[in-house]
Design a protein around this ligand. Sequence first.
Ligand SMILES: [Zn+2]
Length: 261
Amino acid sequence: MPSKDTTAALDETSLRTYGFSDPLPDASLIADLVVANHILFDQGVVDAFGHISVRHDKRPDRFFLARNMAPGQVTAADVLEFTLDGDAVNLNGRRAYLERFIHGELFRARPDVRSIVHSHSPSILPLAISKTTRLRAVCHMAGFIGQQAPLFEIREHAGEATDILISDAKLGRALAQCCGDNNIVLMRGHGSTVVADSIPVAVYRAIYAEMNARYQCEALRLGEVEYLTEAESQACVRNIEAQWHRPWALWKEQATARRQS
Ligand SMILES: [Zn+2]
C-alpha cells in the first residue's frame, strides 16, 4: 500500500525533526521531492528501484535524496541530506542508496543541474544494450535528448566483473564525465540518468525520455527512422519543454489524490 502523503504539514519544526542541518531547505523543495518520487513511480519510470535527487536551495554543496526504499512509498521523513561526497548528515542508522554517487558527482560536475533522476525504465534499456543503436530525439516532447545520448560503459573504468552499479565516487565521476553537457546519459546494461535545472523538468525529462525510447524502438521495427535535427531539438526545448507546468500540475494532482485516504 502507498504511504500517506506527509508533505502537507511540512514546516520548520518538522524539517528539524527529520534531521536537516542549518540553513534549512525550503519546505516546498522537500515536498516537491516527495511528490516527484510518487509521480515517477505512477508514470512507470521507476519501480522498486531508481531515485530522484534535488540540490539544496541554500547550500549548493548539499543535496537531498530518499533513504534506500521504493520511490512510490517515500515520505518527507525518509529524505536524507547528503554532502557531494555521498555522506548523509541525518542517516541515523538508515540505509542510503548504493548509487548516491551518481547524484553527488553530477551535482559537483554540473553547477547548472539542480535535480537528477536515475532509473532503469523499460523502454530505454534496449537502447542501453544495443551495440549499434543509440537513443536519439524522435519526437517533439523529447528535444532535450538531442542528436545522440552518450552511453556509459562501466567496463572501461572498473573491469569486466562489476555489478554494473555506480557504487563509489570514482565511478560517479566517470559517469559525470561521460554525461558531459548532455541532459541524459545511458548506462550499458543498466538504465539512464537525466539532469535538469528543477525537479519538475527532471521528472518531465525522465518520463518523456522513456516515451521517446519506446517510439524510437517501435519505429525502428517499421524500417528507416527520421530523427529530429539539432535545430528542431533546440526549438522543441524552447517552446515545448518550457510548458512543463502543465504536465507537472496534472501528475502532481494525480499522485496526491492516489495517496489521500
Ligand atoms: Zn541503477
